[in-house]
Design a binder for this molecule. Sequence first.
Ligand code: GCU
Length: 610
Amino acid sequence: MLKPQQTISRLRLSCDGLWNIKIDRENVGDVNGWSAGFAPDADVAVPGSWNEQLAEIGVMNYIGVAWYQTRVFVPTAFEGKRIVLRIGSADFSARVWINGKFLGSHEFGFLPFEFEVTDHVAVGKSALVVVRVSNELTDDTVPQGVTAENYIAENRVRDETFPPARFDFFPYGGIHRSVELYATPKEYIDDIDVQTNIVSASDGLVRAKIQLTCLDGATVGFRLESDAQNWTQEANVENGVAEASIAVNPCQFWSCEHPQLYLLTIQLRRDGELIDEYQLNVGIREVKVEGAKLLLNGKPVFLKGFGKHEDFPVLGKALSLPLLVKDFGLLRWINANSFRTSHYPYAEEVLDYADRKGILIIDEVADISRDFRYTSPKSLENHKAYLRELIARDKNHPCVIAWSLSNEPNYLAELEYHDGRGDAYWKELAQHARALDETRPITIPNLQRATINDPAFNYCDFISINRYYGWYENPGQMDVAGKRLSEELDAIYEKYQKPILVSEFGADTVAGLHSTTDQLFTEEYQVKFLETYCAVIASKPYTIGEHVWNFADFRTPQHHRRVVMNLKGVFTRTREPKRAAFFLKEHWAKSPVKSSVNGEAAVLAGAFEK
Ligand code: GCU
């Protein structure tokens, strides 16, 4: 799905701002006709979560339906064009109307969706947009839901969170990313697939496949350019498709150190007349797993970074560009080169920025702690559809180096996972992922309770493990924790012979709390925890990275083990550094081990071979 763009043939109009909201606790909005407009309860900012914005109507912990409305003025400049309404994300599901006309629904959070509205609006007039948003989840949704009844039925009352959630982040509700009207010509560029290859030390290849709405008789112009060079090609449209293969020499490959982007301009023409134009940033790079290494452009790369969240006071999960710039500045400050979009796809603006800044991204489906006792064929169908939409949105980003299909399945260690159901599920989903994108590795971060025999490991290209020895187990005993981690890493590598990313490790830390002894929640203990894990990871030749949990403190559902937030952040929720930030900055600056710099990595990594 192409992101809206302003070009010589395309226009866009932001609908962000202050909308109206009406909370529908009794779910009566449909029968009361709110889709045609309603008397609001309050104003609400879009993008924004409703939870922390609206103290006056008490929706902090609200799980349910909320109705949004706004009026947009359709510009006369849109005359004669195809007009589309696009919502960057609404969590976790939405139904949309314009001028009372039902346009459709979308069942996945954290992903964009759009509807053509050409026939339902008039240029030069305003239009009423109504969006029914729900943050409710069920057994079949992605992510999977949980209810208070589940906790009682499973005798897990002490685990109950409020609001109930299978995941350790707050289930914010709302329209979390930008809403806009955009206009294209009636015949338009519908989709672009770009694949890049490294041909030699100085030669790259860009292959572009364009999907168009016109079938034949038109041509497509391709222009690939950098500051100093440009390449052009022409292709005829055949059955709605036009393709080009552009050899780039000399080629500057995309990497963390040199995130070189080439601008690809696509022009649809008929009889020489320009019909539609779209531009795309292209990074020429290759990612692959080879033996015990993750290779970027043929060289071992070691992932230094974090699991993150989209989370900030009052904003909730809403996109914030100042926060985006702040976080990438801190990633650079701390000498990180990567992060995982835990535990859901992040805003497209995040990936665009990562392309420009040379940050490697593991892009994650919003599937967390999947319980196979409540997993049905419908669950798998939804999971496959979610993955298809994620890959369709993010496939052309050079920063995306891997897909994470789920986080910590089998969280409760239910036996039903190991009876063949888990294996069949991951086998089918992995096949689906590879059919959609054969150019990127896949992984599924594992929780220790799913054990070394997690069937997900069979289908990962590299293994990811989330470990908390020294926190949830062996508290205050980092010597024991380090030993357990080392032994388990060796056992997993021995069994699967696949490289391993330690995708989560960390300790809750209260900023300003100190101790001379190994004391949980102190800044010193967080440093010791991270130091221990990093030393073990560096001692193994088959580890490909360390992602600390978490980049920053973040809000969670209410639970006796959480003081409003998960405090494992290396930065506080408002981005002040804890002592661990300075440890990591120094560690990742000086750690030549498996870093992403030139050939030196091969020599140093060899030092760890047994
Ligand atoms: C898990 C999970 C995280 C969670 C973390 C923790 O590994 O993946 O979402 O926040 O543990 O308990 O801190």
